[in-house]
Write a protein that binds this ligand. Structure first.
Ligand SMILES: CC(C)(COP(=O)(O)OP(=O)(O)OC[C@H]1O[C@@H](n2cnc3c(N)ncnc32)[C@H](O)[C@@H]1OP(=O)(O)O)[C@@H](O)C(=O)NCCC(=O)NCCS
Length: 323
């Protein structure tokens, strides 16, 4: 059977790093509060000329270089983002143009913090369905531009960045020993749409709006939703937490990550945590975390890696992939 195998990865961060201490001068907060409640120590914030598309392009070029491929080899560009450069066209076609691609097709996926998991699952279907042989999957965000910088309950939590993977069709045996995406599980429940949202949009206010969140409500649902969908991935593949080499979660909050790992019986030394470095970069957080763990040699070819995310909507999902 056809499997979607990871060929390359890349990441990009804005030039400016903003440590917690810098936020103390902007809102009534403290480094201690932010570290204790979230695990975040710093985030990167996009400056002039840095946009979702420019960061996404950088990450995409790095992923193509590592794969030994060029834009000519790509059939589909998928961009997971909630902070597009423009309402339309899609950031994916913006990046397609930046890469000099006039062939293939490109579109955006909007599932907020679950966007990268949704995009990987979508890429996998296009590959296994035969419509694309190689897909550039990008998660790119500039959440700093939709934050209310007077609201301490949200502005300390998010950051900007981008990450990318190249997925390629390869022949597999149909067993969990295959390389590539082994299973994908997506969920959403719009009855929670008012717990984490942006209070603007083209069809309502005609403005971009600002992120609003009932943090405690999100926290309350997060661990249950994440563990539920990871268990579905284990069940579908006949694997267990003991078989996992790495859990690479969406990086929103250290306490959510630790709580989910504990409930699943996954030891902390198998969990990749980068929320301290990047804050919550929404759809970019998983590929950014992957790039850190691939750069430092933790994740190796053949490793069994669980990706999971939960975010606005609510949306949530998990993907099991053999690297
Ligand atoms: C946002 C979050 C860190 C807040 O932590 P919490 O322990 O739930 O804190 P609470 O919201 O109960 O607030 C506790 C107090 O801290 C205050 N507080 C909120 N933000 C603060 C900040 N940045 N600095 C200092 N104090 C802050 C609150 O006003 C509240 O004060 P009060 O008791 O006087 O009213 C936590 O709810 C969370 O992580 N939620 C999930 C958010 C998330 O991950 N979202 C993204 C999903 S993709």
């Amino acid at each position: 059977m056809i499997r979607s195998v990871v060929r390359g990865y890349g990441a990009a961060l804005p030039k400016r790093v903003v440590p917690n201490r810098e936020l103390e001068g902007m809102v009534a907060t403290s480094d201690e509060w932010i570290v204790q409640r979230t695990g975040i120590r710093q985030r990167y914030i996009a400056g002039e000329g840095e946009t979702t598309a420019s960061l996404g392009e950088q990450a995409a070029r790095a992923a193509l270089d590592r794969a030994g491929l060029t834009p000519d080899d790509i059939d589909l560009v998928l961009v997971a983002t909630s902070t597009p450069d423009n309402t339309f066209p899609a950031t994916a076609v913006n990046i397609q143009q930046r890469l000099g691609m006039t062939h293939g097709f490109a579109f955006d996926i909007q599932a907020v913090c679950s966007g990268f998991v949704y995009a990987m699952a979508t890429a996998d279907l296009y590959i296994r369905g035969g419509m694309a042989r190689r897909v550039l999957v990008i998660g790119a965000e500039t959440f700093s531009r939709i934050l209310d910088w007077n609201d301490r309950t949200t502005c300390v939590l998010f950051g900007d960045g981008a990450g990318a993977l190249v997925l390629e069709a390869a022949e597999g045996e149909g067993t969990v020993a295959d390389r590539g995406i082994l299973t994908a599980h997506l969920r959403s429940d719009g009855s929670h749409k008012d717990k984490l949202y942006v209070d603007g949009g083209p069809s309502t206010t005609g403005t971009v709006g600002h992120l609003r969140m009932e943090g405690r409500e999100v926290f309350k649902h997060a661990v249950g939703m994440i563990t539920d969908v990871i268990e579905a991935a284990f069940e579908a593949t006949g694997t267990t937490a003991d078989d996992l080499d790495w859990l690479v979660p969406h990086q929103a909050n250290r306490r959510i990550i630790d709580g989910s790992a504990k409930k699943l019986g996954i030891p902390t030394d198998k969990v990749v945590v980068t929320v301290d470095l990047h804050g919550n970069t929404s759809a970019a957080s998983i590929p950014l975390a992957l790039s850190v763990a691939l750069d430092d040699g933790r994740i190796k070819q053949g490793d069994l890696v669980m990706l999971e995310a939960m975010g606005g909507g609510f949306t949530w999902g998990a993907i099991l992939v053999r690297w």
